[in-house]
Ligand binder design. Sequence first.
Ligand code: FAD
Length: 504
Amino acid sequence: MSNMKKYETDIVVVGAGNAAMCAAIAASENGARVIVLEKAPESEKGGNSTYTHGSIRFAYNGVEDLKQIMPDLSPEDIETSDFGTYTEDEFYEDMCRITNYRTDPELASILTSESFETVKWLQTHKVRWVPIYGRQAFKVDGKFKFWGGMIVESVGGGPGLVGALHEEAAHLGVQVLFNAMATELIHDDLGVKGVIFKHNGITTEIHAKAVILASGGFHANPEMRTRYLGPNWDLAHTRGSRYNTGEGIQMALNIGAVSCGNWSGCHSVGGDRYLPDFSEGFQKLSYPFGIIVNAEGKRFVDEGADFRNYTYAKYGRQILEQPGQFAWQIFDQKVTHLLREEYKSRTVTKVKANTLEELAEKLEGVDPVGFLHTMKEYNAAVRKDIPFNPNIKDGRYTEGLAVRKSNWANTLDQGPFEAYAVTCGITFTFGGLKINNKTEVQNVLSQSIPGLYAAGELVGGLFYFNYPGGAGLVAGSVFGKIAGENAARFIKKNDLILDILDKN
Ligand SMILES: Cc1cc2nc3c(=O)[nH]c(=O)nc-3n(C[C@H](O)[C@H](O)[C@H](O)COP(=O)(O)OP(=O)(O)OC[C@H]3O[C@@H](n4cnc5c(N)ncnc54)[C@H](O)[C@@H]3O)c2cc1C
């Protein structure tokens, strides 16, 4: 230990994804010297944030607000788009509804009320936003109508967002150490004083006045998944970053932090059955326009319960619970033009058939008799008198089925039919550390651990069972920014006290 290399700074940030870099930028612009420790090599920087489309959810009151975060929005964009509004109250209500009213009211309130200003703040720090035409809006009568509260994405998607944040941090003088895996917090009775980490395999210490943990959850750790999420979660496909294996959470628990939130819950989606872990283009999210069947040929979820943004993050678990942990999504010609980009990939597991009978024979692992029975029942139950409209919850439902389809229920009767084999892919975990409104990490005695802050995926308490699309990035940005600001404030206050003590 005596030859251990040592660093010193004001604030150490653990992780280099969206939450971490927002924290680093905010701390730096508030006068602190910042060093970021990132476990991954530089070529894989940015964790799950890099894997996103950069789609972000925030509250806005109309196009005038949007012009503030997208100064390049052209008169044609405005003319040809119906952006609607998404108020703070609507965002807050979505957080409550989607989490079965379990979300922490204080954190959800901060998230929703700070979301717009934070997205605007990002725009002043090199991040550029554009409307998500196509994926979040369909064209009706020549106009794009947006739905679901998530309307913009970062230019260049996740890599664009992470690249912009790293560029801005570097410009502000933040140093990032790659291949730097945090393993332990340095602390005493007065609080946290730094981090021990492996830098290129060598044990190294960094001493600091405050530490901000932003190193993601444990979705890429099959042992922790099985321990906390339950049996079969070791079998789930792993999406996103291979580096989010839970050390940040564990390091804090080891010094007395209290666990918080939905430790048995996670964000998981349906995606290609045979793609290897960490693959791009895994998810298959156009299921609201078709149906999903299991190995018995039976439907098991309401594919049209709500807009895709509000159901996709919980339907992965439903697939994991089916026999063999797989399912097939089925579409007919009336809707295949609505399928998202990811269905066009060459690696997709797909079969095509002219008739349902032919399709039944091609669905690997599915009982053909059960499937044809389901199709007959389903087609007969569709309320064809209600018009189909993909832009709104159209209320076109099935009548009398054990598993109802509540919206967008079209008959499946026009070949050629297309079917896609899916399994469950885990995106990120919901359980983590408890923070207060200043992002100070709480201990088992409900006190703040001095000098320890947290933001992003490793914070518990916001998401339970499900998640509204685009809330992961905004949560990381809102609480990352608050963590950076408060950690900088904390060290200034401490420096002032030390100064006064010195003078006396
Ligand atoms: C495929 C995919 C698509 C998604 N799409 C969206 C979307 O469009 N919109 C949205 O809002 N959300 C999306 N999400 C969710 C979103 O990615 C996360 O909620 C968010 O990025 C989490 O940010 P974070 O900064 O907390 O974690 P991350 O971005 O994962 O960053 C954590 C960082 O910590 C590092 N790290 C881990 N352990 C250590 C350690 N011991 N020491 C040092 N560093 C460590 C990791 O390498 C990583 O860089 C998506 C996720 C995936 C996987």
